[in-house]
Design a protein around this ligand. Sequence first.
Ligand code: PLP
Length: 283
Amino acid sequence: EVVYLNGRFVAPDQAQVSVFDRGFLFADSVYEVIPYYRGVGFRLQQHLDRLAYSLRAVRIQADEDWAAILDELVRRNGGGNLSVYLQVSRGSAGYRTHTYDDSMRPTVFACTSPIRDIYSDGAEQIQGYNVIVTADLRWRRCDIKSTGLLPNILVLQQAREAGADEALLVRDGLLSEGTSSNLFVVKQGVIYTPKRSSEILGGTTRELILELASEAGIPYQEVDIRPEELATADEVWISSSTRGVMPVLTIDGEPVADGQKGPLWHRMFDLFTRFQHRLMTGE
Ligand code: PLP
């Protein structure tokens, strides 16, 4: 296994970063997680567009040939089904200081870990999620994919200790998203999802769901969703790059509708499978 650090592919124990790196001291850094299936990046360009957006938003200047670096990292790690983690921090002044200037060189780190190809496995293999609903303790720029994930981590741990897989977050009386996923609610054949704003991350999987829904003529609306509305939902899904579109079966211990994976979820999962197949085979 090799990782990438500042221009070099090295063994993980050879990769070293300064203790004064601002990623370490302040979470002054942004990241992406990108699935590769059979060695090919899934929605790579969308991830790189979002990376550019995050970097611009926090004013980190880093302009690398990201696709070339990540493709090469995946190749060196044997191709196949891998999740790529890419982090760009503002770098280090050589001492601890809140302020920064443009002379700092960003620290670029990437590594891979194995993932399952959920879409080739088939819908029966998808277990579904149990979730809790809890307060959104994050800052107000959740559109930036920052590594400052302490609120997400604390709330996910709370979910795990309650026997759940993910937490849905509520701010000012509205659902935003999960700790590492976007949210979808289905009622009477219509897909509802919170609109894009600084309260949520613009998920690449969220975007793909809306694209696939459009193509298939499934109606959707980007709207405010109140937590009370979950009780009357026909289906609830969450989405992320590594989990795809995942049905939520219980919320705070109560089943969503009949507590089974719903018909529209099956349809969307099928659309995803076909999309991925088209991508992999070029058909
Ligand atoms: N929302 C949050 C807070 C996330 O951390 C993530 C990804 O991990 C997502 C949504 C889903 O984004 P994507 O579909 O691009 O993986």
